[in-house]
Every structure is written in C-alpha cells, then in structure tokens.
Design a protein around this ligand. Structure first.
Ligand SMILES: Cc1cc2nc3c(=O)[nH]c(=O)nc-3n(C[C@H](O)[C@H](O)[C@H](O)COP(=O)(O)OP(=O)(O)OC[C@H]3O[C@@H](n4cnc5c(N)ncnc54)[C@H](O)[C@@H]3O)c2cc1C
Length: 473
C-alpha cells in the first residue's frame, strides 16, 4: 500500500498491523451518524457515542488512512490545558476554564485506562511535563498562573531549582522551570490505529481512501464520495486542518501553520547518561515552543510549532514532506544537547496545525442545520484535548443538554482573523517579530520594542505569556 511521506510513528504502526485492509466506500448507505475524518477526534467521538448509545449506527469516512493526518504524526506530548488557564478564563469564564483544565488532565488516565481495557499498546508513559526557561526573561513565568490555579483548587505545577530542572531535562540550557506530574508521552499513531480497531470492534463502519467531496446540508443530509454516498440523520465534521473545504464559513477562525519535528537514531546509552530515561515532556518557554521527549526504544525527538504558514489556509503539499526547517531544528537540538551533536538525525517531518485566535478549540453547529456539528482549532494541543473533543461532539450529536453542550466552547468560533491577504501577511510579520525577539532574549539582550509589541499579538496562540510582568516574581 502506498501512502504519503509519513512520520516514523505512522510507518511503525502500519508495520505492526498484520494485514492492512482498506475498505473503500463504493455504495450508497444509510446511517444514523456519519463522521468525516478518521483522526483522534472522529474516532473518540464514534467510540463515545457507542459507549453512550450502543445501538447507534455510525459510519466514518476518511480520505486517506485513519491517523494519516495530525493524529498519526504529532509529537505524542500529552499536555493538559492548565498552562492556558488564565487566557481561557478571560474568554469563556471561570467555570468553563476550570472544566477544560480538569478534563484534559483527567484525559491522561482516561486514555491510559482505555488503552489497557482495549489492548492498545500506545507506549504511554505518564512521567509529567516540564516547562523550562532558557533565558533570564522567561524566569519565574508561571508564578501568577500557579497562584490562580491554586486559588481555584486545580494546581499541579511546582517550581523547581535550576539544578533539578537541569537534572530532569539533561540540558544545561535551562535556568529555571516548572514541573507537573500530569502529562507525559505516547506513540500517537499506535493510539489512533488502536482506536480505529476498537471502534470497528464496537460496530462502527470505517471507510478509508474515501474522501467526502460534498454534502447536502438540508433536512436530509447526504455526503458524497467519489464512488458512493452516505445518507445520515446527523453529520459530524472532524476534519481538522481540512475543515474549511467543507465548512468555508470557518476559514477565518484559524491560521494553518506547520509544526515540525526531527528524530534521532537509537542512542539509549547516551540518553541514559543524560538521565533521560522516561516519558517526560520537555518544553521551552518560547512562544512557539520547542517540544522534546524520548521514545521507549531510546531515540529523542525535538519539535517546534509556528513555522510554515499557508496562504488561504490551504493544506499545502509541503505539510506532507520533510520539515522545511530541519537545519534550524538540528541547530536547536545541538543547543539543548551539545553532547549529542554527532548523533544522526534519521528523519524530519511536519504537519498542519490550526491555531485559533484564542489558542483553544471550539465546537459548533452548522448555521443552517443543527444536525451538523464540528470541532476545530486544537491549536497544536490535541493529544489530550481531542479525547475531551470526543466527549463534547458525542454529546452534541446525541442532543444531550449537559455542561459541555451549554458551555461557551460549543458556540462556534469566538474570535476571527482578518481576511486574506492580511491574515497571511500579518502572520508572517508577527512570526518574524517573535523569532527576532526570542533570538535577542536567548542572547540575554532586550528585544526591540516593536518586536515585543508585535509578539504580544501572538501570545494568545502560545501557552503562557512569559513576558507578562504579572507572571513574574
Ligand atoms: C506535526 C504536529 C505535531 C503535533 N504535536 C502535538 C503534541 O505533541 N501534543 C499535542 O497535544 N498535540 C500535537 N499536535 C496537534 C494534534 O496532533 C492535533 O490537534 C490532533 O491530532 C487533531 O486530531 P483530529 O482528529 O482533529 O485531526 P486529524 O488527525 O488531522 O484528523 C482529520 C482527518 O480528516 C481527514 N480528512 C480530511 N479531509 C477529508 C475529507 N474530505 N473526507 C474524509 N476525510 C478527510 C484527514 O485525512 C485526517 O485523517 C501536533 C500537530 C502536528 C501537525
């Protein structure tokens, strides 16, 4: 079977499947619920619906193979929404902000338990998350956040000494940092392919290599593929980066930008020497964060978001190829781990990540048809949040009136980006300002005021405002 340039995770997951059986849709079928998109969101949603209402007939149609999108190629870093708490609270209010923090934290154990129960070996290692400061400007960045989380009884972060941060990360580049035990890493493609199998075992019909090319959104919903169609009562759009192709009214709600990664050869002993022997996720404090973790078989990955912006949010070909910033990533890697500078980088890759203006996802109904619902905008933080997304979309599709469906997360996009070409030009301008600012800060120099000003516009799509004076001690 041929597939596009893919992540090592996806290749490993397909190789582990004894036989790759692809069912293509070449019939006209009727069903209760049709889901377009076979990534984490689509599959968790189908599984949740089956758990709540086992008699539901569900069809998933996937344009390529399940997991071939972001779900099978991401960093596998399980990072809850807690670091975005203050930003989320300002926009959706305290209750909803607490709910997303608590539920994304709970997702770590929920996913782990689900994998045990369903025999999915997704190499889950819940050894926590560490945010480290690499320069004086980023020191003490979580203080106000921790105070706020504590006041609300939901804090899991603690500040560590410089020595402890360096010990846990194996990198002398860090000068300060914060650790939370809630989080860790997993092999994303093994998870998503495992979800596919579990969904099928629960009776969900899955058709791959069957792209939805159009749908009729009136009372009777009919989704068409090249060779077949699905007539359904409820339609769920779980297409992530591709969402605007079927829901163009959402095109101004995100910016599509690559997240890029490199992986090394197996260097178990060298990682052991650095003290890197578990699934800890290590992040730096840049706006477009470097993320880093090891694999159980002794490799290390380094990634970074916020690189190639696509014009008109088109899913461009380069998203399905090697990273265009491979050189830059290699340089960063050497910066974090000079002792590994001779280690071979065996592969680079990237993928589209949809960033909302708020930095968190939204859910909604088609403006002309409440029987069509969607999720969009995980903003590079979807491994845990898509689990919650599945809970939310399943509630929407089953017409449940609960805390999620009544929440501000389910009211569609909250803020919009300007139309093209201003969105793309603005994004490049701001990305370059952020890069210059962070380069200055790495050299312990004060950034130019104009770069600091422009970078502020981008803060919402990052994790914490590391330069907010209120966040410092
Ligand atoms: C390189 C990269 C690294 C990342 N790293 C992390 C990380 O470490 N931690 C983290 O929390 N998040 C990370 N993310 C984000 C995370 O991967 C996503 O938020 C999450 O996978 C989204 O899942 P999804 O199911 O919504 O989307 P996807 O997995 O993209 O699924 C959408 C599916 O829809 C299908 N589709 C598209 N069009 C059609 C059509 N017309 N018909 C049928 N099917 C269609 C696609 O083929 C795809 O399989 C990363 C993202 C990228 C790109």
């Amino acid at each position: 079977m041929e597939y596009n340039y893919q992540s090592p995770w996806f290749i490993e997951a397909l190789q582990k499947e004894k036989e790759l059986k692809v069912n293509q849709l070449d019939l006209n079928l009727n069903t209760d619920i049709c889901i377009i998109g076979g990534g984490f969101t689509g599959l968790w949603t189908a599984i949740k619906i089956k758990e709540k209402k086992p008699e539901s007939n569900i069809i998933i149609i996937e344009k390529d193979l399940c997991g071939s999108g972001a779900s099978g190629r991401n960093g596998g870093c399980m990072i809850p929404q807690s670091t975005k708490f203050q930003g989320i609270k300002k926009i959706v209010g305290l209750n909803d902000a607490k709910k997303i923090v608590v539920s994304t934290e709970a997702a770590v154990n929920n996913i782990k338990d689900f994998c045990v129960q369903n025999n999915i070996d997704a190499q889950i290692r819940d050894d926590g998350v560490l945010y480290g400061a690499t320069n004086k400007f980023h020191k003490g960045a979580f203080e106000s956040l921790i105070k706020d989380l504590k006041e609300n009884g939901i804090n899991s972060w603690e500040r560590l000494s410089k020595e402890k941060v360096q010990l846990l990360t194996g990198s002398k580049k860090f000068v300060d940092g914060y650790f939370s035990p809630i989080g860790g890493s997993l092999q994303p493609a093994l998870l998503v392919r495992g979800l596919k199998k579990t969904a099928e075992n629960k009776g969900v019909k899955i058709f791959e290599k069957s792209a939805a090319i159009s749908y009729n959104g009136t009372e009777e919903i009919i989704v068409k593929t090249k060779k077949g169609s699905v007539n359904c009562k409820k339609l769920i759009i779980a297409m992530n980066a591709w969402t605007p192709t079927l829901l163009p009214f959402l095109s101004r709600s995100v910016i599509l930008v690559s997240s890029d990664m490199i992986i090394t050869e197996t260097i178990k002993d060298k990682l052991q020497d650095l003290g890197l022997n578990n699934g800890l996720v290590i992040l730096d404090s840049n706006l477009f964060t470097h993320y880093c973790r090891t694999t159980p078989d002794g490799k290390i990955i380094l990634g970074k978001g916020g690189n190639t912006f696509s014009f008109r949010n088109k899913v461009i070909n380069s998203f399905d190829g090697p990273s265009t910033i491979e050189k830059f990533l290699k340089k960063s890697f050497k910066g974090f781990y000079p002792s590994l500078s001779k280690v071979k980088i065996t592969k680079s890759w990237n993928g589209p990540s949809e960033r909302t203006k708020t930095g968190f996802p939204f859910f909604g109904y088609h403006p002309n048809n409440q029987n069509i619902s969607y999720a969009f905008g995980y903003s590079g933080n979807g491994v845990l949040t898509t689990y919650v997304g599945g809970e939310i979309l399943s509630s929407m599709a089953l017409d449940e009136k609960n805390e999620w469906t009544k929440s501000n997360f389910c009211k569609g996009p909250i803020k919009l980006f300007p139309p093209e070409p201003f969105r793309w030009l603005g994004a490049i301008l701001i990305r370059n300002a952020v890069r210059r600012k962070e380069k200055y800060q790495e050299q312990d120099k004060n950034p130019l005021w104009i770069d600091s000003l422009l970078a502020k516009v981008a803060v919402s799509v990052g994790r914490v405002d590391f330069n907010n004076k209120k966040n410092k001690v």
